[in-house]
Design a protein around this ligand. Structure first.
Ligand code: ARG
Ligand code: GLU
Length: 684
């Protein structure tokens, strides 16, 4: 009893009132939060943030590509996002002679702005609660069809609170987007994977693009006739800087959180899913890193792949530690006990938790199988290519050379067969030891046994496949290829796994349906709690303050880093810390002009800052807006210890990391020599 009360004491504090900093709020409902925001220093009104009648801040914010945020900073369609969000585009435009990733790029005039094929940005025209319309019998398809009014329209209906509510989102998609500028990677990616998720941080993680439209400001395919898009709203830039305690608002598209899940879901993450994913990625990263350390060309070829694998790998470790430290599972159990006591007297909900628990038990094996497959055999590049070839080779249809070429380009980009073979040997083995015997395709078990182990099997398929060496292949050659056969054995499993392709375990429909009731019940029961829908890559507002945090007992991490920290890390011998000579020269001269500040009594340039906004993956590139509605930074990361905020937000420790807009301006001006771009901005 005492234990339970104690748990409740903890749980009720943590879960009952959303603190000011927790929450990713729907912009169209922001009036419910505006009082709180104003108390913290926001000076504008709710309809300055969101309105579908007049221009508002939402018109300055966009989805950038398929997973980032960006913001307009001029009346002529100029936008900012992160360097890591523009990375693939910059890479696509680069060649050996023009290596914009290494050297950076600055268009000296509009005609030098480089169109990025395939890159789009989406502007939210409006969002609307359509729950009642759906309840009244209107079909989602009809609602969407009615919302699409012409060229470039995209609409979708997104569930909130596990489908208790549905919102319609209507976007205009612009496909003529051009690279305007990017710093060299030694600034835009400074610190690389070493500093990723880490504070103190010194990354100039920004890049600049421009959106083009037709003469009527409408979306148009790329054409030299197109003109800069004129946004309804753009953000003025404040060069006044940020102080500890200042209000900040992040406006952007967080991708995925699960704040309301039960203990079963947390346990799955901490005890099953994360440990498996971390272990398998550690193996892959070790193999890649070793090959990279021996050969410069390999280091470059596998840099992006390594960064991709390492990003989530590092995040999951921080998340698991954070959840453990917070005791999230135990707190959830206590919370659920309290809930159960209440629900016992309510026939509608009395068996709900049992139903949820049962649904988890039924779905975990399938969901785990999918995750395990993706992280093991799914991580073998040649397997991915073979699987694609296998699918394309089905049926009587011809499989022409140019089609095959597309696959080669996509799957064998920057490919290194030694790395992939080593990964395959380990991943097949891991798959077979971690997967329940009866789930392993029989052909694979037999082949591995006959050949005397996964390593020998991998050597065999890599030694005999023509996929990597010969092109084009006939349909028969493809069908008989050992790598393709391996893929064909796995196909039934892949198909079965597809039934579990949901963002999170809790979104598997047999589980999710109970969450609809659970969310209703929580709102009836936990009246003090401020509810906001989990992130789902729809537009949200998070607000907080600029602030440091106690990292470990007695060690406080202050909110602002500076050029001095970059110089301290600078080391030409270490790839991640080798800065451009120009930056060293500027530092030597202390020639900072209007971008200089005084820190600890000496002149320097601000670089990154911390704040307490609740953000997640997808918030990369989001504007950091001050109390007056001005741009003070660009969000690009969280601290490692705060990554559990996707499941539980801890106001004491959760911090987002932004690049200070003054550093962005400094780099444009002093490294890019591109201060002419300031003319179209509103720099205050
Ligand atoms: N951690 C940031 C995010 O989740 C930045 C990732 C890109 N940077 C990197 N070094 N991999 O996306
Ligand atoms: N870097 C992340 C992104 O690409 C944002 C960091 C986070 O997960 O908060 O969206």
């Amino acid at each position: 009893m005492i234990k339970r009360l104690l748990f409740c004491a903890i749980a009720c504090i943590t879960f009952s009132t959303a603190t000011a900093d927790e929450g990713m709020w729907l912009p169209s409902l922001i009036k419910e939060r505006i009082k709180d925001m104003r108390k913290m220093g926001f000076k504008l009104k709710a309809d300055d943030i969101y309105s579908d009648k007049k221009a508002s801040l939402k018109d300055a914010v966009m989805q950038f590509g398929g997973g980032c945020t960006g913001e307009f900073i001029s009346p002529e369609g100029l936008l900012l996002t992160n360097h890591h969000c523009g990375y693939a585009s910059i890479q696509k435009l680069s060649s050996v002679e023009h290596d914009y990733l290494t050297d950076g790029y600055w268009a000296k005039s509009r005609s030098e702005e480089l169109h990025v094929p395939g890159l789009t940005i989406s502007l939210l025209e409006k969002m609307e609660d359509v729950t009642d319309r759906i309840a009244a019998g209107e079909s989602k398809e009809d609602i969407i069809a009615r919302a699409i009014k012409g060229k470039g329209y995209r609409a979708s209906i997104e569930p909130m609170y596990y489908g208790n509510q549905h919102y319609l989102f209507v976007y205009r998609v612009y496909s003529d987007v051009r690279l305007v500028g990017a710093p060299p990677s030694s600034i835009g990616k400074f610190g690389g994977d070493t500093d990723n998720w880490i504070w103190p941080r010194h990354t100039g993680d920004f890049s600049m693009f421009r959106v083009y439209a037709d003469a009527n400001n409408e979306p148009a395919d790329y054409s030299i006739e197109n003109v800069p898009y004129r946004p309804k709203r753009y953000l003025p830039i404040s060069t006044k800087g940020v102080e500890e305690g200042d209000f900040t608002m992040i406006y952007g598209f967080p991708g995925n959180t699960q704040e309301y899940v039960t203990a079963d879901a947390v346990k799955y993450v901490t005890e099953v899913s994360n440990p498996m994913k971390i272990a398998l990625r550690t193996i892959r990263l070790d193999i890649i890193s070793e090959a990279q350390s021996k050969d410069v060309a390999t280091r470059i070829a596998y840099a992006a792949k390594h960064a991709n694998i390492a990003n989530a790998w590092k995040k999951w470790q921080g998340e698991s530690l954070g959840l453990e430290r917070l005791g999230t599972t135990d707190k959830k159990i206590a919370y659920e006990q309290e809930f159960a006591a209440w629900a016992a007297g309510n026939p509608k909900y009395s068996t709900l938790l049992d139903s949820m628990h049962f649904a988890y038990e039924k779905s975990i094996p399938g969901y785990f199988a999918r995750e395990l497959f993706n992280e093991s055999i799914g991580g073998i590049e040649a397997f991915q290519f073979a699987y694609w070839m296998y699918m394309k080779n089905q049926g009587e249809k011809k499989f022409p050379a140019d089609e095959q070429a597309k696959g080669r380009k996509r799957y064998l980009k920057d490919y290194n067969v030694q790395i992939d073979r080593a990964i395959a040997a380990r991943m097949i083995k891991e798959f077979m030891t971690r997967m329940p015997k009866e789930e392993i395709p029989q052909q694979l078990s037999e082949a591995v046994e006959n050949m005397g182990g996964a390593e020998a099997f991998a050597a065999y398929i890599f030694g005999n496949t023509k996929l990597l060496s010969t092109y084009p292949l006939t349909k028969d050659e493809i069908a008989a290829d050992p790598m393709v056969q391996f893929a064909s054995w796995m196909a039934p499993l892949v198909k079965k796994n597809r039934g579990y392709t949901y963002r999170n375990l809790s979104n598997v429909p047999t589980i999710e349906k109970w969450y609809r009731e659970y969310m209703q019940a929580l709102r009836e029961w936990d009246k003090e709690r401020a509810f906001y829908p989990d992130a789902n890559f729809t537009l949200r507002v998070a607000y907080g303050t600029v602030t440091g945090y106690e990292n470990v007992d007695g060690e406080y991490h202050t909110h602002l880093t500076s050029l001095d920290g970059i110089i301290a890390k600078d080391n030409p011998e270490i790839y991640d810390y080798n800065i451009p000579q120009a930056l060293r020269d500027i530092y030597a001269r202390k020639d900072y002009g209007r971008w200089g500040i005084m820190k600890n009594g000496s002149p320097t340039v601000p670089v990154c800052f911390l704040a307490s906004n609740h953000t997640s993956g997808g918030n990369s590139g989001s504007p950091v807006i001050n109390g007056k509605g001005e741009l003070v930074g660009i969000n690009f990361d969280r601290t490692w210890r705060s990554t559990m905020s996707d499941i539980e937000f801890d106001p004491a420790i959760c911090r987002n990391i932004s690049v200070d807009i003054r550093y962005v301006m400094f780099v444009i001006d002093r490294i890019g020599q591109a201060s002419y771009l300031f003319e179209e901005m509103d720099v205050r």
